[in-house]
Design a protein around this ligand. Sequence first.
Ligand code: UDX
Length: 435
Amino acid sequence: MRITMVGTGYVGLVSGTCFSEFGHEVICVDKDQGKIDRLNAGEIPIFEPGLDVLVAKNTKAGRLSFQTDLVSAVEKADAVFIGVGTPSRRGDGQADLTYVFQAAKEIGQAIKDYTVVVNKSTVPVGTGRKVAEILAETCTSDLFDVVSNPEFLREGAAIEDFMRPDRVVVGAETDKSKKVMEAIYRPLSLIQTPILFTSLESSELTKYAGNAFLATKITFINEIADLCEKVGADVHSVAKGIGLDGRIGGKFLHAGPGFGGSCFPKDTRALYQSSLEFEAPIKLVETVINVNESRKIRMADRVITACGGSIDGKKIAVLGLTFKPNTDDMRESPSLDIIPTLCKAGANIHAYDPEGMEEAKSLLSDITFCKDAYEPLEGADAVVIITEWNEFRALDLDRVKSSMKSPIMVDLRNIYEPREMKDLGFEYTCVGRQA
Ligand code: UDX
């Protein structure tokens, strides 16, 4: 199959590269000449483990290429994927579809023969039909079909998620477009991956419903963690206990500082906004959004309480800035709520993150960035773990303790054992557990 991917952001680049790894011929198109030049020079603009190797391999094999010219890329394609950004619109939180519609317009002008136009961007219900209307302005209806094919990629595990997904969801309504999609995903059918064919609307909604459900699961366990702290229960035991029920499942029950990232916050807001527009308000999702937002800010109080009620003039070490490990992505990271609140309360923040500091520098002012995990600990009054990077899981705790002015640790990801930390002489606070 010949595939064109419009947009070389996170979704476009990972999906395009993985399609070429399936053996398809893929052209990735982006308007940003600088980005295309960097990709052609073998430079990967995002941090995603394993992506560089796959890009190099498939470029070398001649199956993957990058260009700015959309017209020639669309003319050659059996399927054109739209993988452009759909950021939250200012004001109402609905997904901003400017880039999707612009891409649709340009694709419509370039189509010569029958082409399947596939929406991979996360778009509200009804967008597929609007894309079809835009295409119809410049193309006759026999020249295209519109399909919805949402992605379910986790940053940091995106290659694995693409190559071995739990399922593939395809909203396709004609036999012709279904055949093209079946051919594209044949390598996954061969390894028994369920390919679920649905209507456009069902497919579009599946993506939002899936993310909102996972965000709800996280928010639920976070609130259970708060209750655990009051009643003396351990959230790990409770999560395990409920997760062993096959109807609930053990994943996404890890209590922490609240969810962040490029998807959950944006997609829950957009789903709620859609539900209002269609007059079927999903109150549960509205609550999840509000509980999560206030939780991120409230995490700073834990640090202040752990430090005896005041952090004015104190040195606080922060380990981890990104919204989760194995990414350099800072979008909606809890650190962006916690750190400014600590600064406002008078703390001097010294922080380290393995990958996120470049991006963090433009988002967080008045903090000192350090070269490794131990530097911020020198003379610190307390340390806060915001992201569970592997390298923080195995710190030399004697060295940590002796570097610090006082051995106060606030572990917002529960990466250490409360009892062991107590035995080592730390004043240890975590989430939903106690020694
Ligand atoms: C998510 C979805 O998992 C993916 O399917 C979708 O396509 C995009 O959004 P991603 O944002 O990369 O992926 O990260 P994910 O691993 O899902 O974590 C999201 C946030 O939830 C992070 O801030 C993470 O720390 C938090 N989280 C996750 C928890 O607090 N507890 C958990 O148990 C799981």
